[in-house]
Design a protein around this ligand. Structure first.
Ligand SMILES: [Fe+2]
Ligand SMILES: [Fe+2]
Length: 190
């Protein structure tokens, strides 16, 4: 096997800018569009329970406003790059809202625990995408790195609001993290 690789070397020797695979680009935009849509629905669900004008509602609204910016941007990118959105948007619509509302019904700490779990996964996921994208998509990299910082801010807001003291924090985090990872894996392809 090693010998075969050696033979091909001269053809690849020319230095050129690396290009992101089209499939990779499509998967990144499709899954981020789905994720940001889901995020707006999670916070919608939480605000529906707490109300916009409660103290916690205002904190959540700040994060929801940023999620709205994120989804607006991915709505643009999906058109600009002609990427098919995930077929599962109607499901993420309902699942996101249900996750937000059900955690909010468990209380403020549980709602924040949901934020911590979701944003941890999304923050890491954005970081992985930054490592996958080549410099032929510098603007997209900039966008993703800004959004990653926003998500990590949301994560920290959750921690500051005592998420870790929510009843059943550990198990709830694991379940939500696993759910998010599964949703990510599916939304890349479907
Ligand atoms: Fe976001
Ligand atoms: Fe977020």
């Amino acid at each position: 096997m090693v010998a075969k690789k050696k033979k091909r070397m001269p053809y690849k020797a020319k230095a050129s800018q690396k290009k992101t695979e089209r499939t990779t680009l499509e998967e990144i935009i499709r899954v981020d569009h789905a994720g940001e849509y889901g995020a707006t629905r999670i916070y919608d669900g939480q605000i529906a329970i707490f109300g916009k004008n409660s103290k916690i509602g205002k904190t959540i609204q700040h994060m929801a406003d940023q999620e709205q910016e994120h989804i607006d941007k991915f709505n643009e990118l999906i058109l600009e790059h002609r990427v098919r959105p995930t077929a599962l948007l109607p499901i993420w619509n309902l699942a996101g809202f249900a996750l937000g509302a059900s955690t909010a019904l468990l209380g403020e700490k549980a709602a924040m625990a949901c934020t911590v779990a979701v944003e941890k996964v999304i923050g890491e996921h954005y970081q992985e995408q930054l490592d996958l994208l080549e410099d032929d998509h510098k603007d997209l990299k900039k966008t993703i790195s800004k959004f990653r910082d926003d998500e990590l801010e949301h994560h920290d807001i959750g921690i500051e609001h005592d998420a870790e003291n929510a009843p059943g924090y550990k198990i709830m985090s694991k379940v939500i993290e696993l759910g998010c990872k599964t949703a990510i894996a599916i939304s890349k392809k479907v």
